[in-house]
Design a protein around this ligand. Sequence first.
Ligand code: ADP
Ligand code: MG
Length: 389
Amino acid sequence: MAKTVKDLSLNGKKVLIRVDFNVPIKDGKITNDNRIVAALPTIKHVLAENGKVVLFSHLGRIKTEEDKIKNTLKPVAERLSQLLSKEVKFIPATRGEALESAITGMKEGEVLLVENTRFEKGETKNDPELGKYWASLGEVYINDAFGTAHRSHASNVGISEHLNSAPGFLLEKEIKFIGGTVSNPARPLVAILGGAKVSDKIGVIENLIEKADKILVGGGMMFTFMKALGKDIGKSLVEEDKVELAKELLKKADGKLVLPVDTVAAKEFKNDTDFKTVSVDNISGDEMGLDIGAETIKLFENELEGAKTVVWNGPMGVFEMENFAKGTIGVCEAIASLEGATTIIGGGDSAAAAMELGYADKFTHISTGGGASLEYLEGKVLPGIDCLK
Ligand code: ADP
Ligand code: MG
């Protein structure tokens, strides 16, 4: 991508920035402000260049009027204000006179946050009128929201069509690490896939078979493959309609796919229950596999040895429960001990796992976008990035 934020003239301009402030909020309190912190470099740069910062973001899913009450961005404005140590003016509207006059009255170095973009029905449909209207409020546009880059919405693609645009620093970082990894990785490239959303991720394997040298499969995803191999998987997570695809992938993978040899199995999906490590050939009918076993951790460690690029999406087990977190910790440890490797972890739960388990600083890059990072890894064109070209 040719253009960056640094090529934009920002002095005195009304700079519209699409950020990803889709943070977890419980009882009106932000429980993890990581995404707000991640947006600071771009915001600070615009302020340093004497721009007027107008921020757009979505928060949660809006279907009913009630959803609007719990998904207001007001608490985000307060947190951002603390982080920037300056006033952040929150406008509880997505259009209209109050918003327009607030922006018109802004001075250089001021920050304003517009209410949740998804309060507008046209946002997720990329309604051309909405994108044009929002664009009319500013003079320059920066997209720094990687989490929605795989979607064509009014606040990313729509606005960009009307203004001089560039990716923000966070988006640039994602493009550099994930894009760079996909187009020209240092080898060996080892991909690790796990988690629960099998149907979302199995397509990634198809694409990665061409690109990766090894693909390690753990988490809930492993059992669809076990089933494809004709094994009994008891009550383990499985997506029946992907079993055929799993069979095809096993054939196509030509030994590149590495599957677990053992699993930590339990009769109930909870931490306080009996559990034991069993071979993947010995899962009984009333059990479910909730983590990869110790032998598999060793196997994965060996496969990771000497890797120069590692991309990881999806925890190895139900890491939220202590008794089923060892597989994810084991893989974190193995990655932490690699020398001179580029290591990338992406996905909402995967990033949370790396942080909660204390390994955040062991990765080269923690991607902020779940679905977006996967589609990018698959080699798809992301509309939110493409529109900036
Ligand atoms: P991400 O958010 O990183 O993309 P997913 O949403 O696909 O990852 O999956 C994360 C979830 O997968 C976690 O909540 C974890 O508890 C769950 N998980 C991992 N392994 C298993 C398993 N063996 N059985 C059921 N759930 C699992
Ligand atoms: Mg998830």
